[in-house]
Design a protein around this ligand. Structure first.
Ligand SMILES: [Zn+2]
Length: 111
């Protein structure tokens, strides 16, 4: 799975209550059990968010027409084997915290 990307955009912050931390995987390699419990919310014309309608957990983010699904990093039990990659949309981050983990920061997304 991809390194974890931390998204500080306003939409991610408002939907999650802070910021998003997500890895991703190609759809062809994604296997989900309990798929019948997932609801997809059209967050915009370009992307949707998947959550569990039983427990409310945020699960996925997916750009329309993409063959990759982002998966919330917090879903995995430790040790996850995941590593932090970088921060995106830091220009939209909340004013109540600092990004100081030494990872690269960008004011945009490259996906
Ligand atoms: Zn975001």
């Amino acid at each position: 799975m991809r390194n974890v990307i931390f998204c500080h955009c306003q939409q991610c912050r408002k939907q999650s209550g802070h910021y998003y931390a997500a890895t991703s995987v190609e759809d062809a390699r994604l296997y989900v059990t309990g798929e019948e419990h997932i609801t997809w919310y059209a967050a915009s014309a370009a992307a949707k968010r998947g959550f569990c309608r039983v427990c409310g957990s945020a699960l996925f983010w997916k750009r329309e027409a993409s063959e990759v699904t982002s998966i919330m990093a917090g879903l995995f039990d430790s040790p996850t084997g995941l590593k932090g990659g970088y921060h995106i949309f830091t220009n939209e981050k909340g004013d109540y915290y600092t990004v100081a983990d030494g990872l690269p920061c960008f004011s945009y997304s490259d996906d």
